[in-house]
Design a protein around this ligand. Sequence first.
Ligand code: NI
Length: 177
Amino acid sequence: MAIRRIVKLGEDDVLRKHARRVDKFDRRLGMLLDDMADTMYEADGVGLAAPQVGILKRAVVIDVRDDEDEGGGVGLIELINPEIMEAEGSQMCIEGCLSVPGRRGKVERPEKVRVHAQDRKGRHIELEAEGFLANAVCHEIDHLDGIMYTDKMIEDVTDQIEEAARQRESGEEGEAE
Ligand code: NI
């Protein structure tokens, strides 16, 4: 296993390309998925798509386990050739992306999705996701089609979030004094 370099937006057009379907479920794919999970955890992310490490394959890893109260808590998910079969409802999400460091934006996503995919052995799987997990799944699948969250962004909220964090910090300091 190894940490791979995450491609940043504007650096390389690999993020803007359509990734190819995976048809070989071999050791090489397993190594890619292991590396992607390591890279995601090391960067403190909740999802990573293969194009973000420069590989144009339809493979994503997701782990929203820090958000157990928001529909997560299922651990590491690997989706190969994922397709959204059904989408329901809508939610406003605050998203970030490891390829767009330091930024946050508001994006509208479905509240629930049903996804068909394959696992690393090529077995067909189905995933029902809602809330934050549905959000992560949609964000990662978009990467496979060269779509960044910033393309769908309703509002850039980076400054608002930084301001709120500053206020929280100064509030805490105030209490301690
Ligand atoms: Ni992303």
